[in-house]
Design a protein around this ligand. Structure first.
Ligand SMILES: Nc1ncnc2c1ncn2[C@@H]1O[C@H](COP(=O)(O)OP(=O)(O)OP(=O)(O)O)[C@@H](O)[C@H]1O
Ligand SMILES: [Mg+2]
Length: 329
C-alpha cells in the first residue's frame, strides 16, 4: 500500500480551479519531486497537504489516515517554504528547538535532538548565532533543521534552495538527499529546475496547469516525454510538426515528433546535408542551430577540441539516431 495517497484532490480560488483532479501515490521513504512551470500549482498542492490551505474536495491519506479534517498541527508534517522565515530574535538553537517546545518535549531530550540535527546540516558551531549573523545558505539550513527535528511523518520542501548560488545549491541539495535517505523520510520536493529534479529524485511528477501530466523516474521523463509540453520542459527537445518531420526524414510522418539535440550527430559523411546557422557555447557542450531540408534544429556536440567548432554557413552532414525520435501528442 502507498504511504501517501492523494485522491481526486480539488482546489479553487473563487471561480478559478487551480487543480481539479489530482491523484497520486507515494511510497514510504520515497523522494518525489514536483516539477513544473511557475503558477502550475506546486506550492498550492504542498500547502493543501500541510493543511495551510483548505481543499474543496478529495482525500489526502497519510499512512491510511485522512488528513483533510485535521489542523496543520495535528498532521505531523515538516515543511520548508519558498520564503522561509526564521524567528529573528531567537538563536539558531532556539529556532530549531521551537517545534519541540510546542510538542512539550523535555529539555534534555530537546537539547540532544537539536544538537543531532544541527550536526546533520553542519551548523553545530553556529548554534548561538542569530539569523542576521548568518548567510542565506546557513539560514536555509536552519529552516531545514527546524523541519527535521520534530521527525515529521512527511517532509514538504517548497523550493528550499531557490535563493542560493549554484555551488551552495548543489552542495545543499546533496545534503538534503543524504539526510532524507539516512532518516528514510518520505519527501515531496518542489522545484522548477529540471536538473535538480533529474539528479535528486526517486520519481518526478511533472505538473502543468494544475495537472500531473507525467510521473516516472528521471530516465523515463528524460527519454520518453508523453507530450509536447513534457518534451519542451525536460531536455531541450527539438519539436517538429508532422509536415516538418516528413520533410526532414523524407518519409510520411503523421504526428508531432521530438528529437533530443544530443541524439543528432554532426559530421562530414552520410546523413542529411545541413548548414550551420549559429551556436552557443554551454561550457562542455556546443549547441548548434542548423538548418536541414528547410527545418531548423538544435544539435548538441561535446566540446572536445577545436575540430568540434564550426562557423556560421559551414556545410556538414546530420546523422539522426532514429531510435531517439519520439512521437508526441
Ligand atoms: N491565495 C490565492 N488566491 C488566489 N489565487 C491564488 C492564491 N494562491 C495562489 N493562487 C494562484 O494559483 C496558481 C498556482 O499558484 P502556486 O503558488 O501553487 O504556483 P507554483 O506552481 O508554486 O508557482 P511558482 O513556481 O511560481 O512558485 C497561480 O495561478 C496563483 O496565481
Ligand atoms: Mg511555488
Amino acid at each position: 500500500m502507498s504511504y501517501l495517497s492523494i485522491q481526486g484532490l480539488h482546489k479553487r480560488y473563487g471561480d478559478t480551479a487551480i487543480f481539479s483532479d489530482i491523484d497520486c501515490e507515494i511510497a514510504q521513504g520515497e523522494f518525489v519531486t514536483l516539477l513544473g512551470p511557475s503558477g502550475c500549482g506546486k506550492s498550492t498542492l504542498l500547502r493543501c497537504i500541510a493543511g495551510l490551505t483548505e481543499v474543496n474536495g478529495g482525500r489526502i491519506l497519510l499512512d491510511g489516515q485522512d488528513l483533510v479534517p485535521l489542523t496543520p498541527q495535528k498532521r505531523d508534517i515538516g515543511m520548508v517554504f519558498q520564503s522561509y522565515a526564521l524567528f529573528p530574535n531567537m538563536t539558531v538553537q532556539q529556532n530549531v528547538a521551537f517545534g519541540l517546545r510546542m510538542q512539550k518535549v523535555a529539555a534534555d531530550e530537546s537539547a540532544r535532538r537539536v544538537r543531532e540535527v544541527l550536526a546533520m546540516v553542519e551548523l553545530g558551531d553556529l548554534a548561538e548565532r542569530y539569523p542576521h549573523q548568518l548567510s542565506g545558505g546557513q539560514c536555509q539550513r536552519v529552516a531545514l533543521a527546524r523541519s527535521l527535528v520534530t521527525r515529521p511523518r512527511l517532509l514538504l520542501l517548497d523550493e528550499p534552495l531557490s535563493a542560493l548560488d549554484a555551488r551552495i545549491r548543489k552542495h545543499l541539495r546533496e545534503q538534503i538527499r543524504r539526510i532524507q535517505q539516512e532518516l528514510g523520510l518520505t519527501t515531496l520536493f518542489v522545484t522548477h529546475d529540471q536538473e535538480e529534479a533529474l539528479t535528486l529524485s526517486d520519481r518526478i511528477f511533472l505538473m502543468n496547469a494544475g495537472r500531473i501530466v507525467q510521473s516516472g523516474d528521471a530516465e523515463t521523463l528524460y527519454t520518453a516525454p508523453v507530450d509536447a509540453f513534457a518534451a519542451g520542459f525536460i531536455g531541450n527537445y527539438n519539436l517538429l510538426d508532422a509536415d516538418a518531420a516528413s520533410r526532414l526524414l523524407m518519409r510520411p510522418v503523421h504526428s508531432r515528433i521530438a528529437i533530443r539535440p544530443e541524439a543528432i550527430g554532426l559530421g562530414q559523411e552520410g546523413g542529411i546535408e545541413a548548414e550551420i546557422r549559429g551556436h552557443s557555447l554551454l561550457g562542455n557542450v556546443i549547441r548548434y542551430r542548423v538548418e536541414a531540408r528547410g527545418v531548423e534544429l538544435l544539435v548538441d556536440v561535446l566540446n572536445r577540441s577545436e575540430g568540434d567548432l564550426h562557423g556560421k554557413g559551414q556545410r556538414l552532414r546530420l546523422n539522426i539516431d532514429t531510435a531517439a525520435i519520439r512521437e508526441v501528442a
